[in-house]
Design a protein around this ligand. Sequence first.
Ligand SMILES: [Cu+2]
Length: 397
Amino acid sequence: MRAIVSSRKAQRLAAAALSATLLLATAVGPYRASAQTPTPTPAAAVGPVVLVGSGEPGYSVNLFGPKTITVAQGSTITFKSNWLEPHTVTFTGTEAMPRPDDARATTRIPASGTPAYDGTTFTNSGFLIQGAPPGAPVAASFNVSFPKTGTFPFLCIIHPGMNGTVTVVAASAPEISTQAALDTAARTQFAADLAALKAEQAKLVAKGVTQTRNADGSSTWSIVNVGGMVGTSDIMQFVPAAVNIQVGDTVTWQNSVQAPHIVTFLGGTPPGAPVMSLEDPRLRPVPPSAAGYDGTGMITSGLNGVGFGPNPPFSVKFTKPGTFPYICILHVDQGMGGNVTVAAQTTAPTAPTAPAPPKTGSSGESVGVTSAMVVAVLALLTLAAPLGARAVSRRAR
Ligand SMILES: [Cu+2]
């Protein structure tokens, strides 16, 4: 995202953004989330490399790494995606800053070649996603050359607040950034943001889940932490990711951040063709039946988030014992999923069961996701493989 306004709150409230995630078959290959540290400099780099985003399972650091770059006149910068969250690298030229829902966000401009940017012509990478193979509807990197000296701001259309500046100076100037300096600055910025996200996640864990006793002896468990945000970056988790309830209980999810997420129980339903736009019907709500949900068939909250329309809570009454995995179909490749484990109903309501805190992943496993969940997600992605699935959503304005 790019910093459009000064305060974080104002950014979130003022900026509508597109956010997109590929759930390609390749999601189990090149796109698949895994714990990793940034690898700033590919051997084949033709010039300075600037990283686009960072993250690890459960967290998306939405920053350019670094934000400020000084290069010699005539240089070509490689903007290289460093995580699974899509971003754009956009130089607006003489045009006004594009809206976050600008249709050009997904379009590479120019369509091919290495643009030479002199501050006049709108230039855009389209979506950049780490590991995108050649020929994919997105790319992994974007090269831009700078034939003239000057100061050239750039931004990510879909993440308001995510921005940077390229300063182009004479080749003899001493202030030209070395790759080592760029890498160090990127690591420092990414680490600070990731630490802030993890601190926020710890707060969400501490908030836990609220249990409300109902008149009939059942309980309603409220999960209010559907994702989280710090600055421009996202916590891609349900917190807690696991709840233990009994038959007859209800779980309620509420998205409390200005970022889009969705709660989907596939219930054995194949994912079908890729989700390619916000208009995809699978992003619309499919509530459970009045009787409740027995784990059969797909139910979904629809796309929710503060600033994303009504943003109603999503409530599901569970009618059968079992373990029921669910995912955010926008961010499952970043580890966003959870489980509801339903025990048989006892004659008397049991004491509240403390939900297990989600794992905070550095091991390569999806955050807060059990092995059964991983199997379910991989099965989903395998089914989606022939076509690939992309879900696009906009951030709250
Ligand atoms: Cu999500």
